[in-house]
Structure formats: structure tokens, C-alpha cells
Write a protein that binds this ligand. Structure first.
Ligand SMILES: [Zn+2]
Length: 519
């Protein structure tokens, strides 16, 4: 099992400065490598075969950095013995034609090549020797991941600046002792040991991250002997709960309950606070120390909001998961929901009309604030941890469908109310959607629920019910104290305890105008 534990670090001043320096160096290395790959690709794209000016080697489609297995310089992996023979020649370009390619040695990946060039970097820029070697390697692997994501359809890797490059990763050499952690080349560093690492788990990698309110370390720990969380098999599911996420109510459940949305960054108080702090930042002179301080204040507020949201979502995830064996969410495409409105063109005048985008900006911010996908991930994790099952279903028309007659029609829903236009079934629209979500999952896996989900019942006795028999019997048989007698008893006790009964105290309350002597 692979787990991630996060702790807050307490670096000394020296260590904090060192981390800042490291981040600067790593960022420049990252940007250089990214530019290197882009250039290689562009040159090949423009002229086909070309001579790479930097390494003076021929590059072609085979040697392109961007292609997954591309290479320039040394495209094949070499044995250690070969490397020794090459010696310093390793720095020189390799001639493609002279390479003995037997088909056995695997070709290097772009990242692999850039990693082998790190020793050269350390010779030309000796200050890079201060960095731990695994940190430098992991930094290039990070670029590999960015490219991998790009090939899978996500965006092209960005050049990093100070604000979006704030972490580095160690692959080995980490030791933890009570509330101290050893980070190679940074030394022993104290941290807040908020929870112990479970026995038997080994440290896989460690990421040091700089945030607005300090430094954090996230430790990936693994124990192969502990099995991963196994979801509950379908046959053993007894209860199910459907969840519909929204903005007014964060989660509406199929059992009729709702969980409110505190809108951490969008509520009135926080918006005002953010506005004041951001305005203060905007009015500071650029590149001044005061601006830096103000930006730190804004950053810390954002950090606080994010912390609050995370804590709340964990609570919600636990609450939802505790309700049933099977938790069903809808598979929302949040990024599609946040897309811009299409521009509206007035054909007569050629001007653009109002397409509602300015109104949608606020909605988009609220969607981002609710962080539905984060909640879904947390619920999935908690469900796995508690030995329950988590499923998602397609979200189409969940809030428009009637759960009784399955009639789908847009007039069925009127904001928060749901009223079926065919059979007249009425319910809360969000809870109704949750019910549909649950039903879709039950249909999908053909689950027959044996137990009904626990629904809170009103405990008060209805007026029209006959009086219970035992009570009336008791009234006749036993001599119960009558109303009058209890009242008299109470009066006696209170009189005994009152201060008026004590000597010297008056039995009558004085009015303001009465004289004591008269009384
Ligand atoms: Zn209906």
C-alpha cells in the first residue's frame, strides 16, 4: 500500500535560504531542459534533418527529444564498461552512423538523455554540486511527467516562474528520527510530527514544498505486505446512498438530508477580506519590499481558505460514507461546466451582444470554490478505507427525471422544486437528483438492496392515536399525586429556601416609594 503523509517543516534560517537557492537553481534547470526539447523539436520540424548547433550532432526524427524514445547525442543506453572506455569522450557528440545498434540496448528517453547530461552541467556550473543528485534527476523526471500529460491531451508544459515552481523531490537518502528528518545536503531538519508513520512502512520519496505559510514535507510511504483497500463486493451491499453535488447545498443525499456549503472563498466576509487585502497589494509600489509583504498576506489568506475547505471536505466525506455501504456520485465534467459562453454576434450591426459571460464568471468562481472533484476523490478514498464501495454514474438529466414514472422533461424542475408534469410526483429537486443517481447505479450493477437506508423518523406521538392502555390503568390503580398537591409542595419548598424566611428579612417585597418603618 502506498500512502502520503504531510508534515510541516521547521527549517533553520540557513536551511530556509538554502531551500530558496535550490528552488531557483532547479527552476532554471527545468526551464533550460524544456527549452532544449522545444528547440530540438522545432529544428527538426522545420528542416527535417539538421545539425544541432549545441552538440554538433545530426538530428532527425529518430533523435527528436519530443518523440517518446527520441535522443540526440547518445541515443542508446550504454553499459558501464562502454562508458569507461568513452571517458571524457562522453561529453562529445556521438556519431549516429558509427553506433553499433544491435537492437538489444534500449533507446534512451528524452529525460534519460538529459539526466546523463547532468554531470556536464555540474562541471560547467559548479554551484549545482550543492544540490543533491537525486533532486536534480527527479526535477527532470518532473518534465517527463509534464510531457506525458501533454501527449495524453493535457496542456503543453509551461516555463516556470517563482510562483509556480515551489517544490523538489528526493528519491533516496531520507531518514526520520522522532521529530527530525534528514534531507541529504540540507541536513537534519525539525518538523511537527503530527502523526507517526505506521510500522513496517518504508519511505519511497520525499517532496519538500514551499507554501505561503511555511515549508511542508510530504512523505510517500509504502508497505507491500499491506494490501490496498479493496472495495466491497457487489453481493454484500445492503444499503446505498446517492449524492448530488451543488452550490447552494454542497451535497444533497438520496435519504433526504442535505449538507450545507460554507462557500469558503465566496462568502460575504471572506470576499470582503480578500478584496481589502488585494487592493492593498495593488497599491504598493512594484518591486518594493512592502509589496512583497502584502503579497505574502494575500497568499496566506488563500492558504487559509484552502485549508478550511480541505478540512471541511474530509468531514463531509466521512459523513456521507458513514450512511451506507455504497456511495454513488455523478461523473461531472467540471471543466466543461466552467467553459466560456459562445460569443453572440448581431448580424445587422456586426457588434457582439451580451452573451452572459460576465454573469457566468461569478458562477464559475463558485464552482471552483465548491471543489466537487476534490470532494469526490476524498469520498472515494474514505470509502475504500472504511471497506465500502464508491461508484460514479453518468450525470445526464439526473435533476429532470421523475423517479416514479421516469419521465424526463425540463418543466419538471422549477429551481429547488421538482414536480412531475405527468404523474404529479413532488420533491426537493436536489434530493430527487440524488435519488436518481442512486437508482442509476443500482440498475447498472443490478443490485437488490436488502436493508432500507436509515431515515430519521419523527419521534413525537401523533395526536389522533388512542392513548396507551397501561397509562390509563396506572392512573386508576395508583394514587398519583394530583396537580394541586404538587403545586402546594413546591410552594412550601421554595418558601423554606427563600431568604425572606430568615429573621430580619421582610416577607414582603418593598416598593421604591415605601418607607421601611411604614412596612
Ligand atoms: Zn412522474
Amino acid at each position: 500500500m502506498l500512502l502520503g503523509y504531510v508534515y510541516k517543516l521547521r527549517p533553520s534560517d540557513e536551511q530556509a535560504v538554502k531551500i530558496d537557492n535550490w528552488l531557483d537553481m532547479l527552476r532554471s534547470s527545468y526551464n533550460w531542459c524544456l527549452n532544449d526539447r522545444i528547440e530540438q523539436y522545432n529544428q527538426q520540424y522545420v528542416c527535417g534533418d539538421y545539425c544541432d548547433l549545441r552538440t554538433k550532432s545530426e538530428a532527425c526524427a529518430l533523435t527528436c527529444f519530443v518523440s517518446k524514445n527520441g535522443a540526440s547525442g547518445e541515443p542508446w543506453k550504454l553499459d558501464n564498461s562502454e562508458l569507461e572506455i568513452q571517458g571524457e569522450c562522453c561529453l562529445l557528440p556521438y556519431n549516429l552512423n558509427n553506433l553499433p545498434y544491435s537492437g538489444k540496448t534500449p533507446r534512451r528517453s528524452a529525460g534519460g538523455i538529459q539526466i546523463t547530461q547532468l554531470p556536464i552541467l555540474k562541471i560547467s556550473r559548479p554551484w549545482y554540486k550543492d544540490l543533491d543528485s537525486t533532486v536534480l534527476q527527479q526535477n527532470i523526471k518532473r518534465l517527463d511527467t509534464a510531457y506525458k500529460n501533454f501527449f495524453e491531451g493535457k496542456g503543453f508544459p509551461n516555463f516556470k516562474n517563482r510562483s509556480n515552481f515551489r517544490s523538489f523531490t528526493y528519491a533516496s537518502g531520507i531518514r526520520v528520527d522522532k521529530n527530525k528528518i534528514y534531507l541529504p545536503k540540507l541536513g537534519w531538519m525539525r518538523f511537527y510530527n503530527s502523526r507517526p508513520i505506521p510500522d513496517g512502512f518504508k519511505i519511497k520519496s520525499v517532496t519538500v514544498r514551499k507554501k505561503a505559510d511555511g515549508h511542508y514535507v510530504s512523505i510517500r510511504i509504502e508497505d507491500n505486505s499491506v494490501p490496498d483497500y479493496i472495495p466491497l463486493p457487489i453481493e454484500r451491499i445492503n444499503t446505498a446512498v446517492g449524492c448530488d453535488v451543488g452550490i447552494k447545498k454542497l451535497v444533497s443525499l438520496s435519504d433526504g438530508s442535505q449538507i450545507k456549503n460554507p462557500r469558503f472563498s465566496r462568502n460575504k466576509k471572506m470576499r470582503r477580506r480578500l478584496k481589502i487585502r488585494q487592493r492593498s497589494l495593488a497599491r504598493k509600489k512594484k518591486r518594493s519590499k512592502n509589496r512583497k509583504k502584502a503579497s505574502n498576506v494575500v497568499g496566506r489568506l488563500h492558504q487559509k481558505i484552502s485549508n478550511q475547505r480541505t478540512a471541511y471536505q474530509w468531514k463531509v466525506a466521512h459523513k456521507v460514507t458513514s450512511k451506507a455501504d455504497l456511495v454513488v456520485f455523478e461523473d461531472l465534467k467540471v471543466s466543461n461546466m466552467k467553459k466560456r459562453c459562445k460569443p453572440k454576434l448581431d448580424e445587422a450591426t456586426g457588434k457582439y451582444l451580451n452573451n452572459g459571460q460576465s454573469r457566468k464568471v461569478g458562477l464559475n468562481r463558485s464552482i471552483s470554490d465548491a471543489a466537487w472533484y476534490e470532494l469526490r476523490l476524498k469520498t472515494e478514498y474514505v470509502a475504500g478505507k472504511l471497506g465500502k464501495r464508491f461508484e460514479v454514474v453518468p450525470p445526464h438529466h439526473t435533476s429532470l427525471e421523475c423517479p416514479e414514472c421516469h419521465h424526463v422533461d425540463s418543466p419538471n424542475r422549477d429551481e429547488e422544486k421538482f414536480l412531475c408534469s405527468v404523474c404529479g410526483y413532488a420533491a426537493d429537486a436536489d434530493n430527487n437528483a440524488a435519488r436518481n443517481i442512486k437508482q442509476r447505479c443500482l440498475d447498472k450493477f443490478n443490485i437488490k438492496l436488502t436493508l432500507k437506508p436509515h431515515i430519521k423518523k419523527d419521534k413525537s406521538v401523533r395526536r389522533d392515536l388512542p392513548e396507551p392502555e397501561q397509562l390509563t390503568l396506572g392512573l386508576i390503580l395508583l394514587e398519583t399525586p394530583t396537580c394541586q398537591s404538587t403545586q402546594g409542595k413546591r410552594r412550601y419548598v421554595s418558601a423554606r429556601n427563600s431568604k425572606r424566611s430568615q429573621p430580619g428579612n421582610l416577607s414582603k417585597q418593598l416598593s421604591l416609594f415605601e418607607d421601611i418603618k411604614d412596612a
